[in-house]
Ligand binder design. Structure first.
Ligand SMILES: [Zn+2]
Length: 447
């Protein structure tokens, strides 16, 4: 593998408090030199990626996505999903176990890991089921799943309605040291709905999903985590009330972490018209007041990370009635562009945004896969290069994801991923990025 010099970019590495123009060298799949004062080690065999005017940061880490394989390959595969991740700047992604068969035993985990090793272009960390078959009745063999390499546990897509089972899961999480990633939705409260319950659902005549359904389960599981000392990670927080509960639990020392998606930070229920199934997502798009609470939660570290909940579906699945369509937004390829809107409007600092996509999720994953979420010398060369000011139109035809389901299709976003390096390999580059091969003599003259 040839060495690569990323030269003259704005290096943003919030985990080390770095935001400065500089260069860095990648060799042997690792970051081998940072241009902070010292001369670059003399060498003639490298290429140069000019990054003037671009931001250079640790590769983004996504704690929550759906790769759909095995079982739903018409929606996404590990090959297409990891390419979509690379286009979105993600170099480590954690995939949910609601596949067919579900990831509730070591053989299915091994299947995903070996597929990712042979067909994936970024690091894939599988999440194992909490319950056997995701049925919410009996715990999956959690220690066997840990031995097979899961990063956490979730029945995502469905809540764990059974309270004693959630208690057992949290007890196991305490012993195993991995998070229970919690899809919080008390579906018994409303028995199936299609969008946020409120003024818009009333006007459209669509059955609503009340914010209280999220509050109830967040509250129950924070109480259970407090009781048994387990680690609960609240997935896709979407309501102001849930932010308040999590804030309180953190203050009293409950072991809780939390994530929010780009769509819940940037879109409201007003997006739903009744026939645009691309805006149908679970939890549903909420209100402006919820968005403001979620942003404040990010700033206060009540919400630790931003995770995409990338949920691709085939066009056939999303066609037809709003009530019949599956929930989910294809999120990898628009994540940075939509989140940069919060930076451009002054609602979030760039350093906070990058921290929520890099060092913060790395802290949740831990260091068993190497030092992630940092540009420190010796860390795996996972790097995202983006243009904070580049306008672009969301063209789902250009997506690497098989899922074209996004309510952002056709909209203009400001902020675009220009190149992604995963474990030292350039796995995505915008056509305007030209990597220059250095001739040995020229290099000599320069050094
Ligand atoms: Zn979920």
């Amino acid at each position: 593998m040839k060495a690569l010099l990323i030269s003259g970019g704005r290096i943003i590495d919030p985990g080390r408090g770095v935001d400065e123009v500089g260069s860095l060298l990648i060799s042997g799949g690792k970051i081998s030199w940072l241009g902070n004062g010292q001369a670059m080690p003399s060498r003639s065999d490298y290429a140069v990626l000019p990054a003037q005017g671009l931001a250079v940061c640790p590769g983004f880490i996504d704690l929550h996505c759906h790769l759909r394989e095995p079982g739903f390959e018409e929606k996404e595969t590990i090959a297409s999903g990891t390419r979509a991740a690379a286009r979105g700047g993600f170099t480590t992604i954690c995939c949910m176990p609601n596949t067919n068969p579900p990831l509730d035993n070591p053989a299915t985990i091994e299947y995903v890991r070996s597929k990712a090793a042979t067909e994936g272009v970024v690091r894939v960390l599988p999440i194992g089921c909490i319950s056997k078959g995701r049925e919410g009745k009996e715990l999956a063999p959690m220690s066997e799943l840990v031995a097979a390499g899961v990063m956490g546990f979730s029945d995502d897509g469905s809540p764990v309605l059974n309270s004693p089972l959630m208690r057992q899961a949290l007890e196991a999480s305490r012993a195993l040291g991995l998070p229970i990633i919690d899809h919080c939705e008390d579906t018994t409260l409303f028995g199936g709905g299609y969008m946020n319950e409120g003024i818009v659902s009333a006007r459209l005549g669509l059955k609503g999903m009340p914010a209280a359904a999220e509050w109830l389960m967040v509250f129950r599981d924070l109480a259970l985590a407090q009781l048994v000392g387990g680690w609960v990670h609240i997935a896709h927080v979407s309501t102001a009330g849930a932010v308040d509960f999590i804030r309180h639990s953190k203050e009293i020392g409950v072991r809780v972490t939390a994530e929010v998606t780009p769509h819940h930070l940037t879109l409201t229920e007003a997006m739903v018209t009744g026939d645009n199934t691309a805006a149908k997502v679970s939890p549903p798009l909420r209100t402006e007041r919820d968005i403001q609470a979620l942003i404040q939660g990010l700033k206060d570290n009540v919400i630790d990370v931003i995770a995409t909940d990338h949920a691709p579906h085939s066009e056939a699945d999303k066609r037809g009635e709003f009530s019949q369509a599956p929930f989910g937004i294809s999120g990898f390829e628009t994540a940075l562009g939509s989140l940069m809107g919060l930076v451009h409007s002054g609602q979030l600092s760039l350093a906070t945004l990058i921290a929520k996509l890099t060092c913060q999720p790395a802290r949740i994953i831990g260091d068993k896969y190497g030092k992630l979420g940092t540009l420190a010398v010796g860390a795996p060369a996972d790097i995202t290069i983006f243009d904070p000011a580049r306008d672009w139109v969301v063209d789902t035809g250009a997506f690497a994801s098989k899922g074209k389901n996004t309510p952002l299709a056709g909209s203009v976003l400001k902020g675009r991923v220009m190149a992604t390096i995963s474990r030292g390999e350039l796995v995505y580059q915008d056509e305007s990025i030209k990597v220059e091969e250095k001739e040995p003599e020229k290099v000599k003259r320069r050094v």
